[in-house]
Design a protein around this ligand. Structure first.
Ligand code: DX5
Ligand code: ZN
Length: 219
């Protein structure tokens, strides 16, 4: 069964407690928390302060996706806020290996996100050091965008790389995931589905999460 990580970016920020209660009683596995700085991406969302509130609202894994420049400046702040998984963008890190080591030394799982134009082959030298690869299937910055189909080939290639290396890295797919395209994403080899609009704009979010959880493949 895939790991389901609803993105709180699509929640209703005037009723976050209600949306957290909903996720807590759902079959969702993780909270996906999108941090944007207005520089790395053309949008600004929230930072460690709000994440510390989500931390108190749930016992589920807090999967923090940093879409910020020079993320190495904030690793301790996100650890203190309660992140379990901290994901940095490969495009934002000059010394990616060092940053991954620091995340792990702080006691978090280390993730690397890759933009749609970045080949997954850049991760090959470090694959055994990476707990999670977040493959962006839209250009990061906004919820509710359309899935980029070329991502499927990147999932297959990454799956092969991970298996060949004997690594245990999880493949997360982020952006434009729907009930319609999720089977092909799983079939290509993904482990984690992020879903923002598909969950929160659904008329029945609990049922939508349950359906995502039961997706096996398009076959
Ligand atoms: C995009 C974010 C995503 C986004 C996903 O920059 O990283 O996590 O919230 O939202 P949907 O599922 O609506 O594309
Ligand atoms: Zn994200």
């Amino acid at each position: 069964m895939p790991i389901i990580a609803p993105s709180l970016l699509s929640a209703n920020f005037l009723q976050l407690q209600a949306d957290c209660d909903l996720l807590n009683k759902s079959e969702a596995d993780w909270y996906h928390l999108d941090v944007m700085d207005g520089n790395f991406v053309p949008n600004i969302s929230f930072g460690p302060m709000l994440i510390s509130f989500f931390r108190k609202a749930t016992t589920k894994t807090c999967d923090v996706h940093l879409m910020i420049e020079k993320p190495e400046r904030y690793l301790t702040a996100f650890k203190e806020a309660g992140a379990d998984i901290l994901t940095v963008h490969v495009e934002a890190c000059i010394h990616l290996h060092r940053t991954l080591q620091e995340i792990k030394e702080l006691g978090m799982k280390a993730g690397v996100a890759v933009n749609p134009h970045t080949p997954v082959s850049v991760l090959e030298p470090l694959i055994k050091e990476i707990d999670l690869v977040c493959l962006m299937s839209v250009n990061p910055g906004f919820g509710g965008q359309k899935f980029i189909p070329a991502t499927l080939r990147k999932i297959t290639e990454l799956r092969r790389m991970i298996d060949l290396a004997g690594a245990v890295t999880l493949i997360e797919v982020d952006g434009g995931v729907t009930l319609e395209n999720a089977p092909s994403i799983i079939e290509a080899g993904a482990d984690v589905l992020v879903a923002g609009n598909t969950v929160f704009k659904s008329t029945d979010p609990l049922a939508t999460i349950a359906s995502l959880k039961r997706i096996s493949s398009s076959a």
